[in-house]
Design a protein around this ligand. Sequence first.
Ligand SMILES: Nc1ncnc2c1ncn2[C@@H]1O[C@H](COP(=O)(O)OP(=O)(O)O)[C@@H](O)[C@H]1O
Ligand SMILES: [Mg+2]
Length: 577
Amino acid sequence: MKKLIRYLKPYTLFAILAPLFMLIEVICDLYQPTLLAHIVDNGILKNNFQLILHTGLVMLAVAFIGVIGGVSCTVFSSLASQYFGRDLRNELFKKVQQFSFSNIDKFHTSSLITRLTNDINQLQTLVMMSLRIMVRAPLLFVGGIIMAIYLNKNLSIIFLFSIPILASIFLFIMKKSFPLFSEVQKRIDYVNNVVRENLVGIRVVRAFRREDYEKERFKYANTMLMNAVIKAIMLMIIAMPLFMLVMNLSILVVLWFGGLLVNQGNMKVGEVMAYINYMGQIMFSLMMIGNILMFVSRASVSAERVLEVLEEKIDIQNKENADKTPIRGGKVKFEHVYFSYFNKEESVLKDINFEVNSGEIIGIIGTTGSGKSTLVNLIPRLYDVTSGRILIDGRDIRDIDLKILRDAISMVPQDTILFSGTIKENICWGKEDATYEEIIESAKIAQAHEFIIRLPQGYDTVIGERGVTLSGGQKQRIAIARALIKKPKILILDDATSALDFATEQKIIHGLRGIIKNCTTFIVAQRVSTMMNADKIIVLDKGKIVGFGSHAELLKNNDFYREIYKSQIDEEVMKYA
Ligand SMILES: Nc1ncnc2c1ncn2[C@@H]1O[C@H](COP(=O)(O)OP(=O)(O)O)[C@@H](O)[C@H]1O
Ligand SMILES: [Mg+2]
């Protein structure tokens, strides 16, 4: 928690002003009962209208000053906490942006979202509450006791009994409920995870008519969350009446003895009233302290979760003196590359060795799960090899400046992701300062130009949440145009033509050859037809290379490839081959 305080530092002024104004409010609150006693004992009971009027006006003025103090405190504590939250959120987001894929795999996307939203909100509320209540409650507590003792020492003996009882009730609740809150936060993660998966996959859910299953899954996650929260606050719920009982009993005792003292002439009626007022303030401040301690325990769980992200070691980073020489060629070489995901022992890629020349088209084929995506993800260092090395133009990619490396590589990932905005904006994503000609050129190679100009707004058509919905194949073609506009040295198409028909796919591949010179292109696909014209084909099976060569070569002497080919051959291929 302490480590996060520094985010409050730029707003120290607000953080100081808030408690100062709170001090004013507390002083006013503490002064009121004494004024009340004065008005009752010396004004009402003695029929002194002058005094009633006078003291009444003073009370009004004190109340007014108190309100100003209170409002100002709220303003400054809100400012401090909102700025604090904004900065922390920014910082966290910045950090997540630097995350490598394995960092993200480790946290899970939904948990990162919860941490960025819910957890930071908790911390923000804590700052706000602290600046108000952490000052108000102790001041009111101590001030109340002093004022009460000042009014009547003997009566105050009651505090010796009631305060320890109340305090121990709170200590007990806190000790028991602390551990339960981290469970609550984990279950919020889980609920978010279910929601996210469901929304992302809503089409699949509908198509497979799995709504009932999903509903059940959500119901389960939601109920689990509720149970955890109830368990965490149950103690409080039970303890509350107990707390009120002790408090009311104390007031009863004061009324009883106070009454006796009034009868004996040792105390005035107004003083008893004021005394009970102070007691109320003392008990109330205890309640506030209890509440805030409870909240602190909850927020400290959040603080840990936020810090966990902030302090996570980013495993893919630039070397100290990374090589900033631009990539000119595009020769790619894998040397004894092994790779395993962080949470799995088994290698997904085993002893991968191959070399391709710049400008070549390389097909990668293999069954699902054979490691095709993993292999191409290693090239732009989305993940780092576990052992072995990857060379581009003879340089280990880990020695090359990350920005230089990634600028030279364009990738169309397996799942097409476009952002909300116009088609033009989406294509320009690959190169912000692209000219209109460049946009059209890329779209033409990607075979997207024709369908785009047929849309009512052409390149300015808005897509995404508030715009036109494109078909899977249309999205893929825009994603390809986005990758091409960068004029990369290395282009990676990971199953990026899966939604296109054979003819369109072939046109794209031919276009690539013609226009982008010296661009090494990796085409991952499940269909043999996609890569028949590739210079080299890598055949992957269970993370191992089981075939390497041109289509003709592989067909002649690779059983594995021939099997795939035979099983896939269909009329369409025959027509174009
Ligand atoms: N982020 C990940 N974390 C853990 N395992 C993964 C991850 N991504 C893929 N895998 C596993 O690695 C293997 C290869 O996956 P992948 O490279 O996606 O295969 P392909 O693209 O050939 O279908 C699979 O067994 C898959 O379950
Ligand atoms: Mg894949």
